[in-house]
Design a binder for this molecule. Structure first.
Ligand SMILES: NC(=O)c1ccc[n+]([C@@H]2O[C@H](COP(=O)([O-])OP(=O)(O)OC[C@H]3O[C@@H](n4cnc5c(N)ncnc54)[C@H](OP(=O)(O)O)[C@@H]3O)[C@@H](O)[C@H]2O)c1
Length: 287
């Protein structure tokens, strides 16, 4: 089985490591490089995984996953490039995978050995509990088989889909920042519930379980539509379910009218626009 190197053992690196092990990948096929000694010790002890320098980790890896903060990418990629150049004689072609927000495929292609396959991934925080969604964008030298290999890795921490790289800022604004939008909504529901006499504990249980249950209903609908081959109109699922739970003249209709009056749709649209613009501003390109 292909050896996978994870460079950067922070929260996302650990999530990927834990997901791969959960999915049955063998510890002998994984190697992690983490520069913070305490963190490296924790990962080594918790997962019984081999910890190594960047150069050692890259040496025998078929997939090199970069999971450091954007500020560390420049130096890490130059270390990886040196190690990859030395490993070039190997028969295994190395695929370079990045989860680093905002750093373009071109940035890696310009620094890695010529023709290196690069796949850029935008995962999100729920990957930490195995329930993420990761958008993959393939560089020009990545083959469909290599992209499928990367998809299999990220399947271990949630759902996976593929988009052109040009859409990753929008993806960041939706699924990357999205968990915070939903957390804010739950927070607001809890506060409103408390204002209406429920204890904070009861309010939190009700709000969280309602969000999880609503997501489960949506997922079931998406799954059955996909199974039936109805890929078009998937985005109408939420509207249909909302209509289904809104009886004429009832409590839900009264509540929804207030949300609309409060401009919830316009606020969400503005939030996604602003997050996308911010993602574009923070981007690090090839130069
Ligand atoms: N967490 C998320 O939900 C999420 C979602 C989407 C994308 N991402 C992306 O994933 C990347 C990692 O995020 P994170 O939350 O896991 O960050 P993090 O917790 O800061 O993890 C990065 C880790 O990499 C280590 N590191 C830095 N340079 C290194 C080197 N040369 N060799 C070995 N290890 C090195 C860092 O050590 P030090 O502490 O010493 O710096 C740190 O422990 C980021 O670029 C982020 O944009 C994260």
């Amino acid at each position: 089985m292909a050896r996978i190197a994870i460079i950067g053992g922070g929260s996302m690196g650990e999530a990927i490591l834990a997901g791969l092990l959960r999915a049955g990948r063998q510890v002998k096929d994984l190697v992690v490089s983490e520069r913070m000694p305490e963190r490296a010790r924790y990962l080594g002890e918790t997962y019984s995984v081999r910890m190594a320098t960047v150069a050692e980790a890259v040496e025998t890896a078929a997939f090199v996953i970069v999971a450091v903060k954007p500020a560390d990418v420049e130096s890490v990629v130059s270390e990886i490039a040196d190690a990859a150049a030395q490993a070039e004689s190997d028969t295994v072609e190395q695929v370079f995978v990045t989860v680093v927000a905002g750093v373009t495929i071109g940035f890696y292609e310009a620094r890695l050995p010529a023709g290196s396959p690069v796949v850029r991934v935008m995962p999100n925080a729920p990957a930490l509990v195995g329930a993420g969604v990761s958008a993959l964008a393939a560089g020009r030298f990545a083959t469909p088989e290599q992209l499928a290999g990367v998809a299999a890795v990220f399947k271990c921490v949630g759902d996976v889909l593929t988009v052109p790289e040009s859409q990753l800022d929008a993806v960041t604004a939706v699924s990357g920042s999205g968990p915070a939008y939903f957390f804010l909504f739950v927070e607001a529901v809890v506060d409103a519930a408390v204002a209406n006499g429920l204890s904070r504990a009861v309010a939190t249980d009700l709000a969280v379980q309602t969000m999880a249950g609503s997501a489960a209903m949506l997922l079931e609908r998406l799954d059955s539509q996909r199974a039936a081959g109805e890929d078009s109109g998937l985005d109408t699922s939420a509207a249909r379910l909302r209509a289904m739970v809104t009886s004429p003249g009832g409590t839900t209709a009264a509540g929804l009218r207030e949300l609309e009056r409060g401009g919830v749709r316009a606020a969400v649209a503005a939030a996604v626009d602003a997050a996308k613009t911010r993602s574009e501003q923070l981007g690090i390109t090839a130069e």
